[in-house]
Design a protein around this ligand. Structure first.
Ligand SMILES: Nc1nc2c(ncn2[C@@H]2O[C@H](COP(=O)(O)OP(=O)(O)O)[C@@H](O)[C@H]2O)c(=O)[nH]1
Ligand SMILES: [Mg+2]
Length: 325
């Protein structure tokens, strides 16, 4: 970034004209290029000032928040200094009495401008990479209520998200992980809700995740809304029922700040005795304070899926937030 500034200065450097005008043009060129190349930080500061904790948590997976603030402060100060050097040295150039003094003053001005920005060169690199990172964030809108669907593989999470979404769910890479986030949007009148599925994350135990994945899970808990954990009561399931509830307890441990609901899925095909067993365990979770409640549903049935999501919204999201994008 600093080398880009030098490169740009070299290519734009005024070499013609009478000595006084030329030297003034030279320091002005240096000033303009530095200001121009660092102007992105004004938008960045505005953005960071209003950034939702969800995105801050994602940023903090890879970046040190203190370093970001130090870099911003370094660059803001340099910008002010460079502008004040420009004001001051322009007057000194005008007052120079000999060509030698003119040249020396101009050199000094350029040297001081460049060295103030050079001191921030690492910060500049950092912020530039942060800007690129911010441009590639998943299109989750943290100010819209979000229901996160969790549960072991094959319990019907993707089916549920598809069923309740208005339109096709979006798939976005989840930063710093090899995983994707699937975002379903529900638009009902003027209300908007997001339903998300995180394959490879909330379908397995956080105990077995790497630190980055665990922090990616933690970031999700900043979103307003609740977690719906699906279980499949049938013995053909990927996991036995006991293991499915054990996994729920583990996921709960890492997402404690959220409200949790259980969804006993596939009631259209599951034998009634197994549904009853799943229900018994769900009641146990509610009694232990791990879940707010449970539903029996069939995610392949759109009406059923919507009813469950709607009920969770009504129960967990304050009316003031419902449908205020
Ligand atoms: N019978 C029945 N099958 C379902 C239901 N929901 C999902 N499935 C099926 O279960 C399988 C796994 O579903 P999927 O949504 O991919 O599960 P995920 O791995 O949790 O995302 C698919 O074959 C679905 O069609 C349901 O309510 N009833
Ligand atoms: Mg899936």
């Amino acid at each position: 970034m600093y080398s880009e500034i030098l490169e740009r200065i070299r290519s734009r450097y005024p070499r013609k004209g009478r000595p006084l005008e030329r030297e003034i043009a030279r320091i002005q060129t240096v000033r303009n290029i530095i200001i121009d190349k660092t102007s992105f930080i004004r938008d960045l500061v505005r953005l960071l000032d209003n950034l939702h904790p969800f995105y801050w948590r994602l940023i903090e997976i890879e970046y040190d928040r203190r370093r970001i603030h130090e870099a911003i402060s370094c660059i803001s100060k340099s910008r002010k200094l460079v502008s004040s050097f420009w004001e001051k040295y322009r007057i000194l150039l005008l007052a120079s009495e000999t060509p030698r003094e003119l040249r020396r003053t101009s050199e000094e001005a350029r040297g001081r401008m460049l060295s103030t920005i050079k001191r921030c060169s690492r910060g500049l690199e950092l912020l530039r990479s942060l800007v690129v990172f911010l441009q590639h964030l998943p299109s989750i809108n943290p100010s819209i209520p979000t229901i996160i669907i969790a549960g072991p593989p094959s319990t019907g999470k993707s089916t549920l998200v598809r069923q309740v979404s208005t339109g096709k769910p979006e798939v976005a890479p989840y930063p710093f992980t090899t995983k994707n986030i699937h975002i379903g949007h529900i638009v009902s009148g003027d209300r908007r809700i997001q339903v998300i599925d995180t394959p490879g994350l909330l379908d397995r135990s956080p105990d077995e995740m790497n630190p980055i994945e665990r922090r990616a899970v933690a970031a999700l808990t900043e979103l307003e809304g609740a977690i719906l954990y699906l279980v499949d009561p049938t013995p053909t399931a990927y996991m036995g029922l006991d293991d499915q509830y054990r996994l729920f307890i583990k996921i709960h441990r890492y997402t404690r700040s959220k409200r949790h609901y259980l969804g006993i899925n596939k009631v259209d095909t599951a034998p009634s005795d197994l549904i009853a067993r799943a229900e018994e365990k769900a009641r146990d979770m509610v009694e232990r304070g791990l879940a707010e409640g449970y539903y029996k549903l069939s995610a392949i049935n759109a009406g059923d899926a919507r009813r469950v999501i709607q009920d969770i919204i009504t129960k967990t999201i304050p009316p003031a937030l419902q449908g205020r994008p």
